[in-house]
Design a protein around this ligand. Structure first.
Ligand SMILES: NC(=O)c1ccc[n+]([C@@H]2O[C@H](COP(=O)([O-])OP(=O)(O)OC[C@H]3O[C@@H](n4cnc5c(N)ncnc54)[C@H](OP(=O)(O)O)[C@@H]3O)[C@@H](O)[C@H]2O)c1
Length: 417
């Protein structure tokens, strides 16, 4: 019989299905809130026990997302304090909202996966007994909807992660653990933004403006628009990113740092003629550039938004009559101004969107498995570099695409155990 231990060093693997008492995890603690490079530290904690509907996963690799930049800073939400107010005992946060790994233990009522299955994890979690969900409601609208590895603890920055059974999806066999860990959060979010807000969904020939086109969300959005026959127009901040945009299917690219564009941030007062005129000059130049790279005087049917305060006035102005600006974040700030005249007179829609449902995750995962969307794996970090990866992301100096952390995987190419 194989001898078992209570704690396995990083690089060691327990026998399949043996759950040790403790594990290594990269923790954020309230006393370390601040820059991500200082917020994370590797410590030893108890391995959580799955409840009846839960699954314990041996994490091979973990994706890096902006949400754990926010968790490190402790703002706009102190995720540890928020959980403690709801009765949680843990005084730490194990982040990580993306992972690839192996099912190691399952709760009594789980039948959708079994020990040994190779899976990728989605971060959308909800209470399946919520009456709205039981009666067929969209779980993303449920008050119980939470993001695992951010609002919920025991994310993927640890040897073991704890999720509900419906968060598990088949790992794409052709991709390494690292690549497989990198796409679900951003990919499924982009999928919902672009394909779920009927009638504003991407169809053949629809122009779509994609902000931050080489960022995590952006690389997914470009590929999804392209796969649907739409015409993605990318926005980036540097010409060095142009080639990547074209490789991912962009029809044209705009550099937001072009000196012609001086109109970023909040709208000037509409009664301040001079300032407003200057703003209009900047936004019209941007609109003209959009037509130029599109090769047609059409406006975007959908604007794929996430920067927020810095770009919303432009997005609403540019969006086609009857079109939609769909937003999932406010990275540059939350006080976004909308000139309501353009919204109502031209009957535009400003739509919030937040992560995804099981069907949307599955739809995106199928696109990855079929090869129509690539995870766009960028830098791969070691387990003790989680803070560094998030610091690079916060400072927008990370490599284009999606980053991954090797947890139990040995290198970026490893594809099976
Ligand atoms: N609600 C959800 O479900 C959900 C899901 C995923 C992500 N998010 C959020 O979405 C945001 C972006 O996530 P991500 O993974 O795509 O991050 P990311 O990889 O850092 O990409 C963001 C991109 O935004 C662009 N950007 C930065 N500053 C900008 C500005 N002032 N104006 C216009 N563009 C700017 C940058 O590209 P350039 O510098 O080249 O323009 C960057 O590549 C984060 O706040 C994240 O928390 C929300």
């Amino acid at each position: 019989m194989t001898e078992t231990k209570d704690l396995y060093e990083l690089g060691e693997t327990p026998p399949l299905g043996h759950v040790p008492k403790q594990m290594y995890a990269s923790l954020i603690r309230p006393e370390r809130f601040g820059d991500p490079s200082d917020a994370f530290e590797v410590e030893v904690v108890d391995v959580p026990t799955p409840e009846a509907n839960q699954v314990l996963v041996w994490v091979m690799a973990a994706g890096v997302n902006y949400n754990n930049v926010w968790a490190s800073l402790g703002t706009p939400v102190d995720v540890i304090g928020a959980r403690q107010k709801q009765g949680a005992q843990e005084d730490f946060h194990i982040g990580g909202s993306d992972a690839s790994g192996i099912v190691w233990a399952v709760g009594d009522s789980v039948s959708s996966v079994k020990v040994g299955d190779e899976v990728v994890l989605s971060c959308g979690s909800w209470d399946e007994s919520d009456p709205d969900i039981v009666s067929g409601g969209n779980p993303a609208f449920s008050p119980t909807f939470k993001i695992w590895g951010y609002e919920l603890n025991y994310g993927s920055f640890a040897q073991f992660a704890l999720v509900d059974h419906y968060q598990c999806f088949p790992k794409p066999p052709q991709h390494s653990w690292a690549a497989a860990s990198a796409y679900m959060l951003v990919g499924a979010t982009a999928y919902r933004q672009l394909l779920s807000w009927e009638p504003h969904v991407v169809n053949e020939g629809d122009p779509v403006l994609v902000w931050g086109a080489t960022g995590g969300l952006g690389v997914m959005a470009l590929q999804i628009v392209k796969a649907r026959g739409g015409i993605p127009i990318a926005v980036v901040s540097d010409e060095s990113k142009y080639d990547m945009c074209y490789e991912l299917g962009a029809h044209g690219v705009i550099n937001r740092k072009d000196p012609e564009f001086t109109h970023w941030g909040r709208l000037p007062d509409v009664d301040d003629g001079e300032a407003f005129g200057k703003w209009m000059q900047g936004v019209r130049a941007f609109g003209k550039k959009f037509w130029e790279v599109l090769g047609d005087r059409r406006s975007p049917k959908i604007v794929f938004e996430h920067p927020g305060e810095g770009t919303i006035p432009t997005s609403v102005f540019l969006c086609d009559n009857g079109g939609m600006v769909v937003i999932c974040a406010g990275t540059t700030g939350y006080n976004a101004d909308v000139d309501l005249r353009y919204l109502w007179m031209r009957q535009k829609r400003l739509q919030g969107s937040h992560f995804a449902t099981t069907e949307e995750c599955s739809g995106l995962n199928d696109m990855i498995i079929s090869g129509s969307v690539d995870p766009v794996l960028s830098d791969v970090y070691q387990f003790d570099q989680i803070g560094e990866a998030h610091q690079a992301m916060m400072e927008n100096r990370h490599a284009p695409g999606n980053m991954s952390i090797l947890v139990n995987a040995s290198d970026r190419e490893q594809t099976s155990i």
